[in-house]
Design a protein around this ligand. Structure first.
Ligand code: ADP
Length: 630
């Protein structure tokens, strides 16, 4: 919480300062009416005491009872008006402060989340992340808006009134203040007990969000599998867990808050009884001196104003603990260590003029320690050439390509920690134009390496916005040229609003082939020197395939291309084909060389051509794991 104020409160300190000042001043002004009332009873109505007020010099005070009446009325009304004004100013400032901090915290947390490693997103924590960015950030805001002011007011009011109580009658004040240490002990107990419960509650809200998000993503599967009752039961479970965790907190809250009120009430009653006895039968027990009726009335008013905030301290402490659990989650997200990040002193890669030479040097990599997915892979692709990865599903083709895009890093630090135990660890390097990709700035690398994947993601927006995504300064003419080259122009102009047609989540739905051509046009506009192409596995009709193939030919022309191939027919012209099996390169060469070699590639080629008669059945069943469409 200290960090929250230091990092995010500081830029808005002026708002917080004004808010606190007005709130304190407002509290002080609110004390004037009861104080004046007590004095007026004794000095004006009963008339048996002089008109005195703390901090006000005698020469300013009224002398006659009539003057005293008017003086009191003006003071009371003036104080009320001022209090209204101050309350307004305080509310506005606290709202501005808390909403601005909320905004900054949310954007920073989002930015930190976006920079996290792919491994974080593989764990599918989207629901937790959403709940941090939504619920937890909002939690902080309500704490900053409602509670911070309350806490400061509490401290100041209680201190000021304690001082006043002592000023009015020190002996009676001791009676009232006996409650304070008891309330303190009770509060510390509550904070310690509720803290882990709040943590558990915030985590369970995240789990519930994860469940629901997951189901929304998979709604098609749920419907087609008729598993609605099963999923309802799972959401029921997650929601019930949240209910139980909430209830655990609420049970404690409802012990604590009324407990505080009860203790404060007892302190008030105690003061009332002791003061009442004093008035009726003279100073009781160890007490001495006189007590006037007006003095006692003021004292009781003040005692009320003393115990009320103390009773309300429960809410403040509760809200603090809730916000604390949220702040922990926000900063935990922001502080996660990131493996894939910019080098400290990145080697610059020219914006244009990247030649596009790729080299993999003895690359061994796994997603989990000691579980390599690709092993000892080495190859070189010269500028403008095409390399194709083929092999059974799970052989490591996509993994190899992800290393070039730095979606993952060969993490030698992780390797050196394990080197003592195993030989088969993360090592080797991937380089572009002779520079290790880990030594480049991520933005440079990703400008140089384009990616066209199987799942084409279209953002909610127009065709134009989607095409220019990542190439925001491209002109309309460039965009249309790219769309034409990608065989997309014709179908785009046939859409209701042409390039301004809304597509994506809430817009016109496009076919798989159309989406693919848009994604090819997008890559063309970005104009990277190197292209990673994850071929679509899904079958499209022959005509569409022809379009896509022509679009791809236009795209790859003159660029270094890495193809993750599913259809061998499309990579016959590749300069080099790497055949992968269980993460190792088992064969390499051109199509003709590999067919002649009569190894794994020749077998795959045979299967895709429908010719499996001469192959051993074990090999056929293993190779049929290859995702093919033909
Ligand atoms: P291919 O592209 O040849 O089908 P992949 O590179 O996708 O193969 O996968 C290689 C192996 O790595 C598979 O066993 C797969 O289960 C595993 N794998 C792929 N992605 C991940 C990931 N994000 N986390 C953990 N394991 C993964």
């Amino acid at each position: 919480m200290a960090r929250l104020f230091a990092e995010y409160g500081r830029p808005e300190w002026h708002l917080l300062a004004v808010a606190l000042m007005t709130s304190l001043f407002g509290r002080t002004v609110a004390l004037v009416p009861p104080l004046v009332l007590g004095v007026a009873i004794d000095a004006v109505f009963v008339g048996d005491a002089p008109y005195t007020l703390p901090l006000v010099p005698v020469e300013y005070l009224p002398e006659t009872r009539a003057e005293g009446l008017w003086f009191s009325a003006v003071l009371v009304v003036g104080a009320l008006l001022l209090a209204v004004l101050l309350t307004w100013a305080q509310g506005v400032c606290f709202s501005l402060f808390s909403n601005r901090v909320q905004h900054r915290v949310r954007v920073d947390a989002y930015e930190a989340m976006q920079g996290l490693d792919m491994a974080f997103f593989d764990d599918k924590q989207t629901g937790q992340v959403m709940s941090i960015l939504n619920n937890d950030v909002r939690n902080l805001k309500s704490f900053l808006n409602g509670t911070v002011g309350g806490a400061v007011q509490l401290v100041v009011t209680v201190t000021a009134i304690a001082w006043l109580l002592f000023y009015l009658n020190a002996q009676l004040a001791l009676v009232t203040l006996v409650a304070v240490p008891l309330l303190g002990i009770f509060t510390v107990w509550f904070m310690r007990t509720v803290r882990p419960l709040y943590r558990a509650l915030r985590a369970s809200v995240g789990d519930l969000n994860t469940r629901i998000e997951n189901n929304l993503d998979g709604i098609e599967v749920i419907k087609t599998s008729a598993t609605e009752p099963f999923e309802t039961a799972r959401v029921d479970d997650a929601s019930w867990t949240t209910y139980l965790k909430t209830w655990a907190v609420v049970k404690l809250e409802y012990l604590y808050q009324p407990g505080m009120e009860l203790m404060a009430g007892i302190a008030f009653a105690f003061t009332f009884v002791v003061g009442g006895l004093w008035l009726v039968a003279g100073p009781p027990g160890p007490f001495s001196g006189t007590l006037l009726v007006g003095e006692f009335v003021t004292f009781l008013f003040m005692t009320q104003r003393f115990v009320d905030p103390l009773a309300g301290a429960g809410r403040i402490v509760n809200s603090y603990e809730n916000a604390r659990a949220s702040a922990e989650r926000i900063f935990e997200l922001a502080d996660r260590p990131v493996v894939v990040r910019d080098a400290d002193d990145p080697v610059p890669l020219p914006r244009s003029g990247v030649r596009g030479r790729i080299e993999y040097d003895d690359v061994t990599f796994g997603y989990r320690p000691d579980d390599p997915v690709v092993s000892n892979v080495s190859f070189v692709v010269d500028p403008g050439e095409t390399v194709a990865f083929v092999g059974p599903t799970g052989a490591g083709k996509s993994t190899l390509a992800k290393l070039l895009l730095r979606l993952y890093d060969v993490d030698e630090r992780r390797a050196s920690a394990r080197r003592a135990r195993s030989d088969d660890v993360d090592r080797g390097s991937v380089s572009v134009d002779g520079v290790d990709v880990r030594d480049l700035a991520l933005s440079d690398l990703r400008r140089a390496v384009g990616y066209v994947g199987q799942d084409v993601y279209l953002f909610d927006g127009t065709v134009r916005e989607n095409l220019r995504y990542g190439a925001f300064d491209a002109t309309d003419a460039e965009m249309v040229a790219a769309a034409k080259a990608a065989e997309a122009h014709a179908f785009v102009t046939a859409l209701p609003d042409g390039y301004d047609t809304r597509i994506g989540e809430r817009g016109v739905k496009l076919s798989g082939g159309q989406r693919q051509r848009l994604s090819i046009a997008r890559a063309m506009l970005q104009d990277p020197a190197i292209l990673v192409l994850d071929e679509a596995t899904s079958a499209v009709d022959t005509e569409t395939e022809l379009y896509i193939q022509r679009a791809l030919d236009a795209l790859t022309d003159g660029r270094t291309t890495v193809v993750i191939a599913h259809r061998l027919s499309t990579i016959r012209d590749a300069d080099v084909i790497l055949v992968l099996d269980e993460g190792r390169v088992v064969e390499r060469g051109t199509h003709a060389e590999l067919v002649d070699a009569e190894g794994l590639y020749a077998a795959l080629w045979g299967i895709q051509a429908g010719d499996t008669d001469d192959l051993p059945s074990e090999l056929v069943s293993r190779l049929s794991r290859v995702s093919t469409a033909d």
